[in-house]
Unconditional design. Sequence first.
Length: 74
Amino acid sequence: MLTTSNVIEVRFNNGKRGYFGSLSAIYEMYTAEEIGCKLYQLHDNAHLRAGGEPFITPKCKIYKRIVYRKKQNK
């Protein structure tokens, strides 16, 4: 059986990428100026909640992706 979780992908215009477990984790590594928007704007964005189109800023595109994992038997 598979389990799912979300991962946030940030694609900067210079080709650099980062992967995060939450929206707020992005701002632990980058400033709002580096991302091109503030955290509340990402939380308010319907595209990210639905996992659809990316949220586009002047500096990057932010995607919400689904990761599938096999459930571990411990």
